[in-house]
Design a protein around this ligand. Sequence first.
Ligand code: ADP
Ligand code: MG
Length: 477
Amino acid sequence: MDWETVIGIETHAQLSTASKIFSGAATQFGAAPNVQACAVDIALPGVLPVLNQGAVERAIRFGLAVGADINRRSVFARKNYFYPDLPKGYQISQYELPVVQGGSLTVVLEEGVKTVRLTRAHLEEDAGKSLHEDFHGMSGIDLNRAGTPLLEIVTEPDMRSAEEAVAYARALHALVRWIGICDGNMQEGSFRCDANVSVRPKGAEALGTRSEIKNLNSFRFMEEAINYEVRRQIELLEDGGTVVQETRLYDPDRKETRSMRSKEDAHDYRYFPDPDLLPLAISAETIESIRSGLPELPQAKRDRYIRDHQLSAYDAGVLTSSREVADFYEDVISALGGGYKLAATWITGELFGALKRAGLEISQSPLGSRQLAGLLQQLQDKVVNGKGAKEVFDAMWNGEGEATAIIAAKGLKQISDAGELEQVIDGVLVANPKSVEEYRAGKEKAFNALVGQAMKATRGKGNPAQINEILKKKLAG
Ligand code: ADP
Ligand code: MG
């Protein structure tokens, strides 16, 4: 039987506010345990939550960026469950009326573009952390994270493979950083994805029973976990078994998912509106002022690069994979006064290659955008040829200074003097009679060999276009 995979993703994005969603305690990562937990966060009796408007503003930014509806009135609800790191015995979340509803995210795949519909995005508080090591048979509780603002972003079950799920997660990760609502640090838990996975016979209408995989703190683990889970469910069904609705954990060391607990249904949480918090009211003016403050979004930028800069869909996608990369590209082209294709080629090729080898992000590049523009200017002005430019690039990467100085110091200036090149080529023709003969007999390859010889004779500094032209002329004559 042929099976179809169905995936829906829930993401918890930690909103980048300085203080918590319902208290004034700091949210900074890495503090000593329990020093950033105030009376509200540890749930002392008699305290009341006060909503952080910065968290609301970020949720609205997100909603507008994905074309969702912003509910002018939404409601905070208590989600009741017992766990040691949840001192109130409930989590403040949103249930029936979330702040953000609908919207979608378009992702670029190798096969083309895919739109993933969003169900909703709601505000909630994070829980604390249980620490199971270092306490000699006991568990420690750190409440620093309790009350940290989260935006939970839920998709429709629209994805059909692990690759699509990862592409969606990457696009979402880029977007929340792009609009400045979340730092996206996955190691620190600022961006956490759960994957809901089910399979069904190809062509079937009804969804299969899903399992929910938690603990996916990298894109690679997400891909591995989903592929494992799909195989597990298919094998189970083909052996006549049934999938049970449950929460599973991914173990990256053993590369398998395993059952953590049976999945609660919503009624198990006994949701009800939080009587301590008024419904969240958002005015049309607030929404409009946030809308006008949004930067140009990745999708719009990508479309613009394809349309106005004539870049390929691939290059445009890579250059808008993060705001830092797009800013770098725009810096280069503004310094060059154009040169879109040239800038795109060097950034996605030479620069990304060097960054990858060094394990660096573009923000850590030893070579700045202005510096790269300086080199591309020399290339555009034909002061240096492509081969020489690569040498200059390496030297700039190693901190040897600006392009013009490096070209002078290393003698990389391109030879474009027609007389000088003619002399070189005459020598090459005399020294390679066999190639000349072969070319005249119709062998195109022989021409390339002669160009190669001429480049060699100029120690790589000849202007390749000119050499081509002169050679053609001489061979025709
Ligand atoms: P809960 O909040 O209890 O986890 P929801 O019904 O809100 O459950 O769904 C959570 C996520 O699971 C959504 O992204 C949804 O698209 C996805 N989902 C629901 N049913 C399925 C299914 N049968 N297969 C795959 N994904 C599913
Ligand atoms: Mg869920």
